[in-house]
Write a protein that binds this ligand. Structure first.
Ligand code: VGL
Ligand code: ZN
Length: 205
């Protein structure tokens, strides 16, 4: 697919079983992602890449614990366990991910003061990661997303892609959800679908 790019969202150890912010079955997206990569001329990966003093870590918010929702400069922020600290083993890609097939990596969440679920913008939509310009410069009109987690970084990346005008697809079986609430993954699928994102399965690609 010439005008399409595959976006591998945050397929990192900390989001896989045994990781700091483990997503159930997170590692099961890896073989599906590796197979999908063979079908695309352009493969981009995002990496959640936080400094140790990141404000989304509950340990950096005295008096708060994981799961609390606080106000960060006017934005609602869920507090997470320390995860994906820059350069740590938890921030590395899953060891079975075919990283040789990745053409370009975009890191996000690097500003200690603001979280960034989407691969395109921070949560305040103030800072651009450069992904949109990168895709535009290569004539990409269609993006296909997979990875972790369906109800956070995959969903926010897909919603931004759709609002930026890309034909946006999410490969359901190549994603897993955090599911803080048991139906968060299903709600994410509904929200994306309502925003014009196409939800499909890997056998259709
Ligand atoms: C993510 C929570 C916090 C994700 C990143 O990659 O979905 N979720 N940071
Ligand atoms: Zn994060």
């Amino acid at each position: 697919m010439k005008d399409a790019a595959l976006l591998l969202i945050d397929i990192q150890n900390d989001f896989c079983p045994g990781g700091a912010l483990a997503v159930a079955e997170g590692d099961q997206v890896v073989p599906v992602a590796n197979t999908l990569m063979e079908r695309f001329n352009l493969v981009i990966a995002t990496q959640d890449w936080h400094p140790a003093n990141h404000a989304s870590f509950a340990t950096n918010q005295p008096g708060h614990s994981v799961g609390d929702v606080i106000d960060f400069n006017g934005l609602k922020q869920i507090l997470w366990p320390v995860h994906c600290v820059q350069g740590s083993a938890g921030a590395a890609f899953h060891p079975n991910l075919n990283t040789a097939g990745i053409h370009k990596i975009f890191t996000k969440g690097t500003d200690p003061k603001v979280d960034s679920y989407s691969g395109f913008f921070d949560n305040g939509h103030r800072v651009d990661t450069g992904l949109n310009d990168f895709l535009g410069g290569r004539g990409i009109r269609k993006v296909v997303l997979c990875g972790l987690a369906l109800d956070y970084c995959v969903m926010y990346s897909a919603l931004d892609a759709a609002s930026l005008g890309y034909e946006t697809h999410v490969v359901r079986d190549a994603c897993r959800a955090v599911n803080l609430q048991p139906d968060d993954g299903d709600q994410a699928v509904k929200k994306m679908h309502d925003a014009g994102v196409r939800i499909l399965f890997s056998d259709a690609i």
